[in-house]
Design a protein around this ligand. Structure first.
Ligand SMILES: *[C@@H]1O[C@H](CO)[C@@H](O)[C@H](O)[C@H]1NC(C)=O
Ligand SMILES: *[C@@H]1O[C@H](CO)[C@@H](O)[C@H](O)[C@H]1NC(C)=O
Ligand SMILES: *[C@@H]1O[C@H](CO)[C@@H](O)[C@H](O)[C@H]1NC(C)=O
Ligand SMILES: *[C@@H]1O[C@H](CO)[C@@H](O)[C@H](O)[C@H]1NC(C)=O
Length: 429
């Protein structure tokens, strides 16, 4: 019990003022697509031209993102992960793209992606090599930062393989400075804490000053056990990591694997809902050229995206564990709250959760207006603190609500509130 109360106190003390990296980027969690989980290090373009890591893959994703409503929904960055470069640097010591798989080069690819109104992300590593063994940036931070700037790249994912852990922090800070020195706006995605946790508790104040988001925990896989382990890690470290998040810098629980093979639809709903609650970057790793309509609809659900992108920028966290349910809540702007109830019982059918048991329900004193977003959109009307409302939650699924308190002051807040609600209802219908 004290855990959530103390955390709240901490959030109030620390949150909006903790210094973020001052590059004007990632004021809301980054949205886009990243190749790794789905396409990994597939470099065999002779055998598998459609799925290998090549300029074609990113051009096709960019095309689909514009045509199929992804861009309109907010997904903006098309990101390259490992295995793009040539095994050797060029004569000037610069990284170069594999000439066979990227015949046009990265600059041309960036131009193409920009022509679609999207942004391009690239990948490098703080150490001697990338995780897949390509050239790392150690000793070349300024050269590589300048190369990426010259190519008009918009985001750098900087991995942490092949690096002495005692130098990881220094390396990430040096690259942050090198990016700044180029004068270009390049969003900086780090894995600094992930590579330190094994040895010591990372300094999140320093990380937030250097990075726009940072990975804390193991790579996501296309499985429910992987998604669950990320949630459990996050909840069990939330006192440390949640206060570090806010506009300009976010905890990164890794990619969305929705639309692939491993998650049931209910589990996909859980990943989407909880990544929104965690104010996580929404970087999909899937094949947008071939995705099932239900997964697409979930990924483009504007009510969930609105929670993710809420302008207050406060990360949510787990507030209760009862009877094999987990409650996660996020404070939103305009006194709203998102409440997600995850049913961890992986047997049987949907189970009922008494909403009054959610700690955040207390904002319904005296009344609140409730909207269910998952599993189906439903306006649940005005409820009170003492409501008997019971939510149905699917096994390994999540029921997601937004709750808006209604003041008893009819002449003041309430009037404003009703004006807002009427507007909202009209846009929904
Ligand atoms: C570089 O850092 C300074 C000081 O923090 C900041 O004002 C400036 O906008 C940064 N430039 C870029 C390109 O990020
Ligand atoms: C970071 O930069 C400092 C100052 O230039 C340098 O002394 C240090 O060796 C660099 N560390 C790494 C890991 O590059
Ligand atoms: C953490 O980093 C901040 C900012 O760089 C620094 O001021 C502070 O002393 C560091 N804290 C510890 C415990 O090292
Ligand atoms: C009701 O709200 C209005 C406007 O916010 C305020 O001026 C008024 O004092 C409030 N009345 C009560 C009884 O709280």
């Amino acid at each position: 019990m004290c855990r959530s109360v103390c955390l709240l106190a901490l959030l109030v003390l620390i949150s909006p003022t903790a210094d973020a990296l001052d590059n004007g980027l990632a004021l809301k969690p980054t949205m886009g697509w990243l190749h790794w989980e789905r396409f990994m290090c597939n470099i065999d373009c002779d055998k598998d031209p459609n799925n290998c890591i090549s300029e074609r893959l990113y051009m096709q994703m960019a095309d689909v993102m514009v045509k199929e409503g992804w861009k309109e929904a907010g997904y903006e960055y098309v990101c390259i992960d490992d295995c793009w470069p040539s095994r050797q640097r060029d004569a000037q010591g610069r990284l170069q793209a594999d000439p066979k798989r990227f015949p046009g080069g990265i600059k041309k690819l960036a131009n193409y992606v920009h022509s679609k109104g999207l942004k391009l992300g690239i990948y490098a590593d703080v150490g001697k090599n990338t995780c897949a063994g390509y050239p790392g940036s150690l000793g070349y931070y300024e050269t590589d930062a300048q190369t990426f700037a010259d190519w008009d790249v918009d985001l750098l994912k900087f991995d942490g393989c092949y690096m002495d852990w005692t130098l990881v922090g220094e390396g990430y800070v040096n690259m942050s400075k090198a990016l700044n020195k180029t004068g270009s706006s390049i969003l900086y995605s780090c894995e600094w804490p992930l590579y330190e946790w094994e040895f010591k508790q990372p300094n999140y104040t320093a990380i937030r000053e250097a990075c726009n988001h940072w990975r804390n925990f193991a790579d996501v896989y296309d499985s429910w056990s992987s998604v669950k382990s990320i949630l459990e890690w996050t909840a069990s470290h939330q006192d440390i990591i949640v206060p570090a998040a806010g506009p300009g810098g976010w905890n990164d629980p890794d990619m969305l694997v929705i639309g692939n093979f491993g998650l049931s639809h209910a589990q996909q709903e859980s990943q989407m809902a909880l990544w929104a609650i965690m104010a996580a970057p929404l970087l999909m790793s899937n094949d947008l050229r071939d995705i099932c309509p239900r997964s697409k609809e979930l990924l483009q659900n504007r009510h969930i995206i609105a929670i993710s992108q809420d302008p207050l920028g406060k990360q949510g966290y787990r507030t209760a564990k009862v009877d094999n349910f987990e409650v996660w809540e996020r404070t939103l702007s305009k006194n709203q709250r998102a409440i997600a109830v995850l049913n961890q019982q992986e047997i049987g059918g949907p189970r009922g959760f008494v909403i009054r048991a959610a700690p955040g329900w207390k904002i319904c004193d005296p009344q609140c207006e409730v909207t269910q977003i998952l599993p189906q959109y439903k306006e649940l009307g005005v409820q009170t603190l003492h409501t008997k409302m019971i939510l149905s939650v699917n096994p390994s699924g999540t029921t997601l609500l937004t709750v808006t308190p209604i003041s008893s002051n009819i002449t003041g807040l309430n009037k404003l509130y009703w004006r807002d609600t009427v507007k909202r209802k009209h846009t929904i219908l």
